[in-house]
Design a protein around this ligand. Structure first.
Ligand code: URA
Length: 236
């Protein structure tokens, strides 16, 4: 198997075993992180009138009582990252740690998500991360359709304001709700979808929490990330 530097770095950071010829082992130890290799993503200076709209939206979400989930939350989890990002990552809903800290993907799954992003040359701060739901469902149960419907306008506005070049949907719940399909995730990954308004390409991959439970699937998720990067590059 002939692995590229980024791929090996990714596999390393994700804990996937890499099979290499003996004389390449030294190379692997010296693989640099994307940051060290100074992969950069263009960022737009923040001269943005949209900040007023963002602040309004943030306030609306913070006091939202549209569904029952507000009763059990510590706080809402709005989203985090660069509001001018080319990449938007959309997950399912806050878990216990996210509910405590008010930020998406800060638990174990979040650390793996960071590694996944890092492997394709992106730092967490360079993307925008949000969830289908802004409040934690009790005991991390699946979001209910009425909860998704109540929260949808917030996410729609976030997508419209960011107008990213690509959306990476992580996990079945995110993918199915974003794209309004009930296709199993195994059949959704590996192809390009489109979010309708604004039109943004969407790539689906496994949820990092699932990857923690099923590390053998990390290779497939690496393929998904590569697909997303190809589509992103083509969009420029
Ligand atoms: N899982 C998600 O889908 N989102 C989070 O923010 C945390 C865990």
């Amino acid at each position: 198997m002939n692995l590229g530097t980024t791929q090996r770095y990714y596999l390393q950071t994700m804990g996937v075993d890499v099979f290499v010829a003996r004389n390449s082992a030294k190379d692997i130890k010296t693989i640099k992180s994307p940051e060290e290799r100074q992969i950069t993503v263009s960022s737009v200076p923040d001269t943005d009138d949209n900040q007023v709209i963002w602040n309004d939206l943030r306030k609306q979400v913070a006091v939202c009582t549209r569904c029952v989930l507000h009763e059990g939350r510590t706080q809402t989890v709005f989203g985090v990252g660069d509001t001018h990002a080319d990449w938007m990552i959309i997950g399912e809903a806050p878990g216990a740690e996210e509910d405590r800290q008010g930020e998406p993907f800060v638990g174990r799954a979040g650390k793996l998500l960071n590694s996944m992003l890092y492997a394709i040359g992106l730092r967490r701060e360079q993307v925008y991360i949000a969830n289908i739901l802004k409040c934690r469902p009790p005991n991390n149960r699946d979001p209910r359709p009425e909860e998704v419907a109540c929260c949808e306008p917030y996410l729609k506005q976030q997508i419209a304001l960011i107008n990213p070049k690509i959306i990476l949907a992580v996990g079945r719940i995110a993918a199915q709700n974003l794209l309004k399909v009930d296709t199993p995730i195994g059949q959704m990954r590996g192809r390009r979808y489109e979010y309708p308004e604004p039109r943004v390409p969407v790539v689906v991959t496994y949820h990092p929490a699932y990857l923690l439970r099923s590390p053998r699937e990390k290779r497939k998720s690496w393929q998904d990330l590569q697909l997303a990067m190809r589509i992103y590059r083509e969009s420029k």
